[in-house]
Design a protein around this ligand. Structure first.
Ligand SMILES: *Cc1c(COP(=O)(O)O)cnc(C)c1O
Length: 409
């Protein structure tokens, strides 16, 4: 028998999450999520679904009617977009500038795409001309690209790439999970055909819901494919049909039938997550999407000023850095993991480690969503500086926090 205390009520330690995500959820989102459940087709519920669609059009800066939630973490949105559009043998071009580019390739390959890649070293982004050249030589049906890759902190400029895809009649999908609401993203103006996101970065919620938006062109091409449910309904479906979407749960054609006026039963919408996702978007709509992006830029820059004042070197091409994540070189002679542990145990602050080629070389510090605030920036800088001095990396104590504070003036 397990001891009674093993089953204490959930009561996580107080943490300030200043890594590359997840971050602390806005208390308003947590309150919305604790609301009582209602039936799947209760008019109150379908109203909430419609409102959620309208609110996310503001977040994505789009008029796309097909703007909705995929239930699951950000990866669910990515997978739904890719599995719903890619037919076996389709050519997909993926420009890779970090870990999440590799994820897009991995999923596209599982969809039986012919995947072509181009790469830049970590810490850089693509020149649009290089993407234009690759499109002309590969002639893909789809370009799949990350906007902000938290693994490298880089932000790929998309406006020109959208123009290029539009000109060559290539569908353009973007994973904006880490960048949306913290950096400009203009779905319609930039000709993005599909964009997916998640709540746990700048949207200020928990992971578990993936907002997506689809252009007319993209949704029409998804709709033109065969969907299992139609097959079941019409008893006409044949196995091995190339036009079949190879997923039931992530079949956007069926998810559209569920979110659209038909209200055809698919899954049971994750009601509590929808309440949370709706509140994330409502907070941003109240603040204004442009103001929300500007807030991330201000607090991100204050963090940069503070880190530089401490004498720390920053990673990557700073002209193309995401506003909401900063890569910081771990100084020579300092144990990066020991710093993270002291920050967590003595200050309750979490900062991020890093993956792959950057492992052991940089920390990643996030300033995003509910945590993109003056107090969180100043507290994190003061704590990091204290820990570094404690371990022998000598700075003028207080210089980092003062630099950020002065920047705010
Ligand atoms: C953080 C992040 C994700 C997260 O995916 P989850 O399924 O929510 O863990 C996806 N894409 C990018 C670019 C990210 O930075």
């Amino acid at each position: 028998m397990l001891k009674q205390h093993s089953f204490d009520q959930i009561n996580p330690p107080a943490r300030l999450l200043m890594g590359p995500g997840p971050i602390n959820a806005d208390p308003r989102v947590l309150r919305a999520m604790s609301s009582q459940l209602i039936g799947q087709y209760d008019p109150a519920m379908t109203d909430y679904m419609n409102q959620t669609m309208a609110l996310y059009r503001q977040v994505f800066v789009t008029d796309n009617p097909w703007t909705m939630l995929v239930d699951g973490t950000s990866r669910a949105g990515i997978e739904a977009v890719l599995v719903s559009i890619i037919r076996p043998g389709d050519k997909v071009l993926v420009p890779i500038f970090g870990r999440f580019g590799h994820l897009l390739c991995e999923i596209a390959r599982r969809c039986r795409a012919q995947v072509h890649t181009i790469e830049v070293p970590w810490g850089e982004v693509f020149d649009p001309q290089r993407i234009d050249d690759a499109i002309q030589s590969v002639q893909p049906r789809l370009l799949a690209c990350v906007q902000g890759d938290t693994s490298t902190t880089m932000l790929q400029p998309l406006a020109e790439i959208g123009e290029i895809c539009h000109r060559h009649d290539v569908l353009f999908y973007c994973d904006a999970t880490a960048s949306i609401a913290g950096n400009p993203l203009h779905t319609d103006a930039w000709h993005l055909d599909a964009v997916s996101a998640g709540l746990q970065k700048c949207l200020g919620g928990p992971s578990g819901s993936s907002p997506i938006t689809l252009s007319e062109q993209f949704s029409a091409q998804v709709r033109a494919r065969k969907h299992v449910e139609q097959g079941i309904r019409n008893a006409q479906h044949q196995d091995g049909d190339e036009e079949m979407v190879y997923s039931n749960y992530f079949d956007l054609g069926m998810i559209m039938d569920y979110w659209g006026p038909e209200r055809l039963n698919h899954h049971t919408e994750a009601t509590s997550m929808l309440f949370g996702a709706r509140e994330c978007a409502r907070i941003i709509a109240q603040e204004g999407i442009d103001q929300c992006v500007a807030r991330h830029q201000i607090h991100g820059e204050a963090m940069v000023k503070g880190l530089q004042a401490m004498g720390l070197a920053l990673f990557g091409d700073l002209a193309h850095k995401m506003s909401n994540v900063t890569g910081v070189f771990i100084p020579q002679g300092i144990d990066g993991e020991q710093v993270r542990q002291l920050l967590l145990n003595d200050f309750g602050i979490e900062i991020g480690t890093s993956f792959g080629p950057l492992h052991g070389k940089i920390w990643r510090i996030g300033v995003m969503g509910y945590n993109a605030r003056k107090d969180t920036v100043l507290t994190t800088l003061a704590a990091l500086e204290a820990v570094l001095n404690h371990l022998g990396f000598v700075t003028t104590q207080g210089s980092a926090m003062q630099a950020a504070w002065d920047f705010y003036e």
